[in-house]
Design a protein around this ligand. Structure first.
Ligand code: IPE
Ligand code: IPE
Ligand code: MG
Length: 248
């Protein structure tokens, strides 16, 4: 049995599997630099890691997998890197759409999708429509996403509803905000993984991570695979989640 299979057996034996796992996929640039390769080669290898982790999440019984693929701030990277990432996005959808559908994956893109170039926007819309009926795994792909912008958008939607008389100010509660986020209807992440050893949130899911368990992995994203995911699940199983209360 491989190390990954052993870890999966351990996860299954324990039995508690996070319903929703979120990942900040970081370290592609450093992975390429270590090999004296251009950064886009790191991103390309990161795409392979996505494939492996999606399969591993399904095997473990995770219900929702959220991947931070491109932040709103990432638009400020050099134009060559941004266009390489956009090309990879389209290639990923082209190559994987059918298999994702066959695996029962519902692909959802979240973020300011209006900023995507035409071909990418088209590909994103197509794969979402193709897989909308699936339920084995929900794969949330965050593209052109920033959590503060998401919260501002929710505030604006609430203001519009109040101004139009559809919502009274005293009806503005946590459910009213959560229901206007891109993640409306999705449970909050139970576990957040960040790769490449960085210890920050980088404007990801600021509202939804309120009580999420954090797992920082030193592994660079292109090297992250089944074994690393299962290791994070084993780590999660050792946590005591108290939600502000005292131990049972
Ligand atoms: C993560 O890898 C991918 C994106 C943010 C698009 P990076 O490109 O941030 O890699 P590092 O952090 O420079 O190593
Ligand atoms: C966060 O990584 C965004 C994604 C993984 C898509 P960054 O590499 O952009 O974050 P910082 O700059 O290290 O905070
Ligand atoms: Mg980075």
């Amino acid at each position: 049995m491989s190390a990954a299979d052993q870890l999966l057996a351990q996860v299954k034996a324990h039995g508690v599997v996070p319903r929703h796992v979120a990942i900040i996929m970081d370290g592609n640039g450093r992975w390429a630099r270590e090999r004296m390769l251009p950064r886009p080669v790191g991103h390309r290898n990161g795409m392979k890691a996505v494939r492996e982790v999606v399969e591993a999440a399904i095997a473990a019984g995770v219900g929702v997998l959220s991947l931070f693929a491109f932040s709103q701030e990432n638009w400020q990277r050099p134009a060559t890197e941004v266009s390489a990432l956009m090309a990879l996005l389209e290639e990923y959808i082209q190559k994987e759409a059918r298999e994702l559908d066959e695996q029962g994956v519902r692909v959802v893109f979240l973020g300011d999708l209006d900023r995507l170039p035409g071909p990418q926007r088209g590909a994103v819309d197509r794969v979402m429509a193709l897989t909308a009926h699936n339920s084995t795994l929900v794969l949330n792909l965050f593209i052109s996403y920033g959590a503060r912008a998401e919260l501002v958008r929710a505030a604006r939607l609430i203001a519009e509803d109040v101004a139009a008389g559809r919502l009274a100010p005293e009806q503005v509660d946590e459910a009213a905000v959560a229901g206007r986020l891109f993640t409306a209807g999705c449970p909050d992440p139970d576990l957040l993984i960040r790769t490449s050893g960085e210890k920050r949130i980088s404007n990801f899911l600021l509202w939804q991570l309120a009580y999420t368990e954090l797992h920082i992995s030193p592994v660079l994203w292109p090297d992250f695979g089944r074994a690393e995911l299962y290791q994070a699940l084993v780590d999660f199983q050792s946590r005591e989640r108290r939600f502000g209360r005292v131990s049972a």
